[in-house]
Design a protein. Structure first.
Length: 98
């Protein structure tokens, strides 16, 4: 293992970042005012993808990858709280392989 070689560098605000099992993607949530959104980074291409566009007062939080590159995150809006899943990383991998 060559730990001196930088493979990728992501400079972004965010919290609770999570790396996919294949190490291609990083997902995090970012705050803006009274809301937070999920952002997916493709470490291979350097592209950034906003996954959610939450309304004021709603928060998308704590993303976590599954082994098949789907990821879950928590959504809080008022008294409601639920889990959402996204396959955006899978879609990006499929698009790149075509």
């Amino acid at each position: 293992i060559d730990v001196d070689r930088v493979v990728a560098r992501v400079c972004t605000p965010g919290a609770k970042a999570n790396i996919s099992f294949d190490e291609r993607f990083m997902v995090t949530h970012t705050y803006g005012g009274n809301t937070s959104n999920i952002i997916l980074f493709d470490l291979l291409t350097g592209q950034q993808h906003q996954v959610t566009n939450m309304p004021e007062g709603a928060k998308a939080l704590f993303p976590h990858f599954r082994s098949d590159n789907w990821f879950y995150f928590l959504v809080r809006s008022g008294a409601d709280e639920f889990v959402v899943a996204s396959d955006l990383a899978v879609q990006l991998m499929t698009r790149d392989s075509q």
